[in-house]
Design a protein. Sequence first.
Length: 400
Amino acid sequence: MNILVGITGGIAAYKAVNVIRSLVLAGHDVHVVATDAALIFVGKPTFEAISRNPVHTDLYEGVAEVRHVALGQAADLIVIAPATANTIAKLSAGLADDLLGNAILASTAPLVVAPAMHTEMWQNPATVANVALLRGRGVHFVGPGTGQLTGKDSGPGRMAEPDEIVASALAIAHTRSDLAGLRVVITAGGTREPLDPVRFLGNRSSGKQGVALARAAAARGAEVTLIGANLEVDVPSTVNVTHVSTTAELASAVHAAATRADAVIMAAAVADYRPDSVATSKIKKENHGETLQLTLVKNPDVLHDLVVARDAAAAGGIPGTIVIGFAAETEQDREPLLALGRAKILRKGCDFLVVNRVGWSAGFASESNEVILLNLAGDIVGEASGSKLVVADRILDLLA
C-alpha cells in the first residue's frame, strides 16, 4: 500500500520513527509529510532514512505536479502520529493551511489519528467536541493511552505505542466488504438497575468494545443496529442506535431486533440481578441507621433466552441467527479462565463465546482488550489483543 504518515509538532514525534519503520518493514511504500513544528523535534534526515522516501514539508514544493493534491490522492491510508490538539482542531474545521492539511482534504483514504497531548488538553471541551465531530465523519482514533507524559505529568493523553498504531491502521485499511448485505445486531455498554430516582446498581462497562464492533461491522458492509446501554462513547453515524438503560429494556430491544437479524453479538455487560422494588423517592440514610439491606431478584438471562428463541424459530423453518456471546471474567490464569468460558458457552448454547478478561484496570473502560474466542464445543477458534477496534475485526473475521 501507499501510506502517507503525517507527523505534527509534539514530543511524541520521536515515536513516529518506529511507526514508519514498522510500516516499511511490512512492505509498504511510506511517504512522510511533516509539519515545520514536527521537524523541531525530529530532523528530516531521520524520517527520510527510515521511510526510504523524500520527506515533504512545503505546501509550495512540486507545484508543477500539484503535489499538495497528488500526495493525498495517491494514498491508500493516512496515519497522523502524533496528532496534536491543534492538528485535531484544524482537521475538524477542514483547514488546509499547510501541506498535510491539503493532502488530507484531497484524499478519500481511511484516516487514522493517534492523539498525543497533555491530559488537560485532551479533556478540554473543545478537543472533546472536535474528536466527536471527526469520529462522526468516520475518522479512526487510536488511543491516547494513560501514562507518563512530558515532565512530571501523568494521565490520559499519551500517544499509543507504535505497534498498536500500526496494527490498528493496517486492520482499518484492510477492511473488507465481507459482511455486505448482512443485518447485524450488537449490544454495548452496561445496564443499570435503579434503586431510587437518583441511584442505581451498575457496572464499569463504557461500551467501547461494542461500539468498536458496530463501527467495524458497518465499515465491512453490514447493516448494523446497536443497542446501547448507558454508553460513554460516541456512536458513528453509519450505525442505527437504540438507547436503553435496564436489563429488561435491553432484553426487549434485542429480542425485537433479532427477529430480522443474521447475527447478534452480545457485547453489553448485563446485570444479573435487580432490586425487587424501586423506591419512588430518594432513599434517606436517616431512615435506615448504620445498615441498608437490599433484596435483589434475578434478571432474565438475555443471552440464553435469545438462543432459545432462535432455536425455536429454526425448528419452524426460519433460518437461524448466529449468536455470539461475551464472558467478562476476572480470572487471571489462562486455564481456569478457559474453564469458565467453556462452562458458560454450554449453559448459554450460543454459537461462539468471546472470553474477555477484565479487572480494575483491564477490559472495562480501557482503550485495549484481550480475548479468547471459543466455539460451542469449547475449542479455541481465535485470540486477539490490542486496541478494541483490532479485537472487533478479529471477532468479525470469525463471524464472516
